[in-house]
Design a protein around this ligand. Structure first.
Ligand SMILES: C[S@@+](CC[C@H](N)C(=O)[O-])C[C@H]1O[C@@H](n2cnc3c(N)ncnc32)[C@H](O)[C@@H]1O
Length: 263
């Protein structure tokens, strides 16, 4: 990924930056740490991105965390402009919240949610059966190598998934391939430049009483948000994949970056 290929700075450079920015939150020292994570953060990031984590821990995310980003889902659904019998792809659909919202909002459209975790797909199918929605289907598939033919979809969304992909631009190129010319992409991810204050505010919405707050904050700061995208890097990634008319927006109180573009 873009931010993972730079060379790690020597300890002298780090010390100089620390002196220059005594308050790591405000200076570039913290960002430098994010670019060049220490070994524990690297190991935890690899765990974060592994399929078995989603196979085993997916239910915790699905039941206790997803509703902290309700405003983001609403914003994406409102801002996806499709009409009639359009085909919409949800890449990294998880339990399929946004797929089902899109299906309910666009009754003539057909929504296809894919996820590389078969347990997440099983949870999505169960959720789908409970909601009795017919214009939506879920499949196990990897965004890095999608099973679909070229130019099949009219629009694609991906929420909170791209940071887990081994190569963001390559995954987006796959989405570009399966989108029709002029098709819309909306991709959203945790903002790696979130302030500590906004992160604490966000944490208060989680229902994970069994994880101490300080540990949760550390994990989010360094592993989930710290090893994620900023507005600049997500835009660059979308551009690199060949999309045009790229726009960025944000939702109040939700520390995610949202990028919209056209194929
Ligand atoms: C944080 S969850 C978000 C799920 C869903 N979009 C939501 O908003 O509730 C990230 C999801 O991306 C999936 N994922 C990660 N890497 C993937 C890949 N290479 N291909 C497909 N899905 C992937 C994970 O299995 C997980 O379900």
């Amino acid at each position: 990924m873009l931010e993972r290929c730079a060379k790690r700075p020597g300890w002298k450079t780090q010390k100089r930056a620390m002196k220059q920015y005594p308050f790591p939150d405000k200076g570039s020292y913290r960002l430098m740490q994010m670019d060049h994570p220490d070994i524990p953060v690297r190991i935890l990031t690899a765990v974060r991105d592994s399929r078995w984590l989603w196979d085993t821990m997916g239910p915790i995310y699905n039941e206790r965390i997803f509703d902290a980003i309700g405003e983001l889902y609403n914003d994406v659904v409102r801002n996806l402009h499709v009409s009639g019998p359009a085909r919409i792809l949800d890449a990294g659909a998880g339990r399929g919240y946004i797929s089902l919202m899109l299906a309910a909002n666009n009754p003539q459209a057909m929504i296809t949610g894919i996820d590389y975790s078969s347990m997440q797909v099983r949870a999505a199918k169960k959720f789908l059966a409970q909601r009795k929605i017919i214009n939506c289907a879920f499949f196990t598939d990897n965004v890095m190598n999608l099973r679909f033919q070229d130019t099949l979809f009219d629009a694609a969304v991906s929420i909170g998934s791209i940071k887990h992909w081994p190569d963001g631009p390559r995954g987006l190129k796959e989405i570009h391939r399966v989108l029709k010319p002029g098709g819309q992409l909306v991709v959203s991810e945790t903002d790696r430049e979130v302030s500590d204050e906004a992160l604490w505010k966000f944490i208060r919405r989680f229902r994970v009483w069994f994880i101490p707050n300080r540990l949760l904050f550390w994990g989010l700061r360094h592993v989930i948000f710290g090893q994620s995208y900023s507005e600049r890097t997500l835009k660059a990634c979308v551009e690199q994949a060949g999309f045009r008319d790229i726009e960025c927006r944000r939702v109040a109180d939700c520390p995610y970056v949202i990028v919209s573009a056209k194929r």
